[in-house]
Design a protein around this ligand. Structure first.
Ligand code: NCD
Length: 358
């Protein structure tokens, strides 16, 4: 495999050299025969990819409604095995990926903590991943370390048994399949309202360490004139890397610390929790996060047509009373995750035409 960009042979670089390259110079390394092989970053997903995946998810959920259809889907990858390597806490991402594998008939193995793998005996994460590739045809991973999914894919692509890697969350950095399900939910919610183009999305909460907001911001590049309003406490503002990206792509955005003031403009409000697991010195304790809670009394400030999203899990930032409001879409958003992740796996195994012919 020889992948060249203008002046570097990517296959010759060591990990540190590769990791420090700008993303647009190395995305091709994670493709095979012109299509995505590893799903690691939102920036890999083009509007064509998104359309293919949304249509495929819609088709799969329709086929799966009937027993005959689901039985048939379960034959498609019954010869394949997936490894779920989730060494950071997870409920939805884990179960929805596991369910997605079952829908396509895959056999699934799991490791959910480094304390139950040979990493406790001192094995490196790299050797652990390489071991999975001896048994599995796909690795879906969540790791506390930024860049670990990328490093795993980089390393496996050099071996004689490269298998696809899906990033189910890489530290504070990215969570591309969450962004995918968020976008699928936005797309379904706005299908009779002109689609995602021209919409205003308020993203509120811990934008500094919340990987879902970062990945979603990148993915919105694929739509026209989407305006993002980032609402966060000073210490938890969105990173400069995301802002630089939006500026480069000429995507309109602004920042605020007044949630209530921004609500009337929103077509979607994307609420997130404080990510205090990344605290170094308990700094979250000193932040007044209550100003960034969406409360029942705020709902009247929002458009009737607006929607409320949350990647979940939630704490007090999203009042449970809001669940009853028809604009609350987060439970549906969660379920959409299973279908779009099924579509992604089907796409990586190149069975989308077979499914679409059913
Ligand atoms: C998110 C995550 O893990 O980043 N959860 C999820 O995958 N639905 C959000 C969070 O934990 O706050």
């Amino acid at each position: 495999m020889k992948i060249k960009n203008s002046n570097t042979d990517l296959t010759k670089l060591n990990w540190d050299e590769f990791y420090s390259l700008p993303l647009n110079q190395k995305l091709g390394y994670f493709d095979k025969e012109g299509r995505m092989f590893d799903c690691l970053f939102s920036q890999q997903l083009s509007s064509n990819n998104l359309k293919t995946l949304f249509d495929l998810a819609n088709k799969i959920r329709k086929v799966a409604k009937e027993k005959g259809g689901l039985d048939w889907l379960q034959t498609l990858l019954s010869h394949k095995r997936a490894m779920l390597y989730f060494v950071q806490p997870s409920t939805r991402t884990f179960v929805s990926f596991q369910s997605a594998c079952y829908i396509l008939g895959m056999k699934v193995s799991e490791i959910r903590s480094t304390s139950t793998s040979s990493e406790l005996k001192g094995e490196s994460p790299e050797d652990t991943i390489r071991t999975f590739s001896s048994y599995a045809d796909l690795i879906i991973m969540r790791h506390f370390e930024e860049g670990m999914a990328e490093k795993s894919a980089w390393m496996l692509n050099k071996t004689k048994r490269p298998i696809s890697i899906i990033n189910g969350g890489s530290g504070k950095d990215q969570h591309p399949t969450q962004a995918l399900l968020d976008l699928y939910t936005l797309n379904l919610s706005f299908q009779d309202k002109g689609g995602i183009d021209n919409k205003t999305i308020v993203m509120v909460g811990d934008l500094k360490r919340g990987r879902t907001v970062r990945s979603l911001s990148y993915l919105l590049e694929n739509y026209k004139n989407v305006k993002i309003i980032f609402v966060a406490p000073d210490y938890l503002k969105i990173g400069n890397d995301v802002k630089e990206f939006l500026k480069r792509k000429k995507m309109p955005f602004k920042e605020s610390n007044d949630l209530v003031k921004c609500l009337p403009e929103a077509d979607a409000v994307y609420v997130t929790r404080i990510q205090d697991e990344y605290d170094i010195n308990n700094e979250s304790k000193n932040i007044d996060y209550s100003k960034f809670h969406l409360k029942k009394e705020h709902l009247r400030k929002m458009k009737k047509s607006a929607i409320i999203m949350h990647p979940l899990p939630r704490r007090q930032e999203l009042d449970v009373e809001i669940d009853k409001d028809p604009r609350a879409k987060y439970w549906r958003q969660e379920r959409n995750g299973m279908w779009i992740r099924t579509a992604l796996i089907a796409y990586l195994f190149r069975i989308e035409n077979e499914i679409n012919r059913y």
